[in-house]
Design a protein around this ligand. Sequence first.
Ligand code: NAD
Ligand code: TYD
Length: 351
Amino acid sequence: MKTYLITGGAGFIGANFLHYILKRYSDIRIVNLDKLTYSGNLENLKEIEDNPNYTFIQGDICDKELVEKLFKDYNINYVVNFAAESHVDRSIKDPEVFVQTNILGTVNLLNCAKNFWYTEGGFKEGVKFLQVSTDEVYGSLGEKGYFIEGTPIDSHSPYAASKAGSDLMVKAYFDTYKMPMNITRCSNNYGPYQFPEKLIPLLINNCVHHKDLPVYGDGLNIRDWLYVEDHCKAIDMVLQDGRIGEVYNVGGHNERTNIEIVNSIISYLNEKVDKEITKSLIKYVEDRKGHDRRYGIDPSKIKEELGWYPETTFEVGIKNTIQWYLDNQQWMKNVTNGDYQKYYENMYEGV
Ligand code: NAD
Ligand code: TYD
């Protein structure tokens, strides 16, 4: 029976991953370590909180004593590191916490894992550290081409730079100590439980409340959208069968301009929910500083080596996602209480 230390499991992708693997496997134990920052929410995990194979620990990945204790107490085999500060706009305003959690927190996890897993003869059998990273470490593409695993790191935002820093530390633990590891780099995820600072849930929430839909710059920046459940499946496959020391890109040739995303959400909600939701809500606003123009993933490696492919088309994924937010308006209300309003009022101040 393997024991997984999942960090950041109360956030968007972590929570989806926990639902995914606890449905799939009955012979695993999960320890979920999450600090419960603004984007972590135990409501995301209500369905699994009584599962006997699941334990929640509130704490910081930077806390050495705590992480060491978790390794010992639970005899951890796998680490899947989701915990992070994850929002580009926040990183532009306040980069320090990104360095703290994303780089120093990852180094603390790596060190505790190494100390627990390493014996005289090398690393124990059946252990692995999986770092959940992002295509943003590669920087920005022009009109043509895709990110492959060998694309040089050229991160731009403080968020992306902090993720690149943590990836390089994970690589260093493999190159130096031979720590069994993988890094996954995926494109933009969407789906249930995503905090409404990110484009898709923010748009849905604003539409429902007839609020402006802020479009940065000319609205023609491109992201390569990945349904979160397809991402969870990829992480599971890499954890089980990924070649040690390798990076895997995860994405599905699903590129859309931001304005296409805005229009598809408006048109779905206009047709199904409320005729007052129209393009008149669109508001072009000042561009994000250093805004990456285009992300696009070449997923050939994970497809050829592990047989992964994204099963959810954008048309199906976006309908499921919009419907989930419509069905879970109390969730949206709960997560947008308090500090959320303050964040929007101050978003561009002091940048
Ligand atoms: P999220 O912001 O929704 O969740 C992050 C979680 O980490 C929260 O539960 C938060 O409480 C927790 N956390 C933050 N700091 C912590 C700390 N110091 N100690 C313990 N827990 C802490 O983020 P997400 O969108 O679920 O992203 C998960 C991971 O996937 C991140 O590493 C992110 O960089 C990566 N990623 C996300 C996307 C995306 O589209 N969302 C794309 C590529 C990569
Ligand atoms: P976001 O969801 O923040 O993800 P990332 O910056 O990590 O790709 O943003 C996705 C795209 O949408 C990005 O090009 C910025 C743009 N955007 C807007 O135009 N308006 C918004 O209110 C937000 C949050 C993002």
